[in-house]
Design a binder for this molecule. Structure first.
Ligand code: 13P
Length: 245
């Protein structure tokens, strides 16, 4: 059981249409009656197509909306298919996920992520900054070295650090059903908190209503970034409830 202030962030990835938003009604109702809701921050990051309709749906509720990525430029420009942080803010986003491993895999460098973090915080968005090692890196026992590189380069010359939370997402844990050993996770989160002062650190990777009982016992975790399980309102509610049980 915890009394801590915890983040529960839903990363819908490439999922959902307009009718999917109906599933939020359950979550909104639940948060109205949930006694610990003051201790929670609930953020949904749907695909860009749903940011504005979701923003309208969650008005007057406890939920806030975020995006899953953005372009690094602060101005409009000739960049087909891109959306910048100012445009996201304009349609209701308060947060943006940056540095997700699925985007790192498709070519995003630490330097680019750093530029995006600076742009996003400048436009007033809060940033969910993702870091994490691959399975190969874990096997080579270079997790801390990789995380330190991602943190150092990603946060270089970033001024507004109070608007940033870090999500530690080991790549080998995303979508696999496998989570780190509690002791390892505690140590890694400690390591991150030592390197970046006064920062909230969340865990992401296969969080579900079963393993939350184990994860919630890890004292230095400030919340969870949830992929697959967040698409199902029942599972998402279950994760929140069990965290406080
Ligand atoms: P899963 O919860 O589906 O493993 O995804 C985690 C994730 O990538 C959240 O950003």
């Amino acid at each position: 059981m915890t009394n801590k202030y915890m983040y529960f962030i839903a990363n819908w990835k490439m999922f959902g249409g307009l009718s999917t938003l109906n599933s939020l009604t359950k979550v909104i109702k639940f948060l109205k009656i949930f006694k610990k809701s003051k201790n929670t921050k609930i953020i949904y990051c749907p695909p860009n197509t749903l940011i504005h309709p979701m923003f309208k749906k969650i008005m007057n509720s406890k939920i806030q909306v975020g995006a899953q990525n953005c372009h690094e430029s602060l101005t409009y420009g000739a960049s087909t298919g891109s959306i910048n942080s100012t445009m996201l803010k304009n349609v209701g986003a308060k947060y943006v996920i940056l540095g997700h491993s699925e985007n790192r895999e498709s070519g995003e460098t630490d330097k680019l992520i750093n530029t995006k973090i600076k742009a996003a915080t400048k436009s007033g968005l809060k940033v969910i900054f993702c870091i994490g090692e691959t399975l190969g890196q874990k096997r080579k026992k270079i997790t801390n070295k990789i995380l330190l590189k991602q943190i150092t380069l990603g946060l270089q010359k970033v001024k507004r650090r109070k608007n940033i939370v870090i999500a530690y997402e080991p790549v080998w844990s995303i979508g696999t059903g496998v989570i780190p050993k509690s002791d390892d996770l505690f140590k890694t989160i400690n390591f991150i908190k030592k390197k970046v002062k006064n920062i909230k650190v969340l865990y992401g990777g296969s969080v579900n209503p079963k393993n939350i009982n184990e994860l919630k016992l890890i004292k230095n975790i400030d919340g969870f970034l949830i992929g697959g399980a967040s698409q199902d309102p029942k599972k998402f509610i279950d994760i929140i409830k069990k965290t406080y049980n």
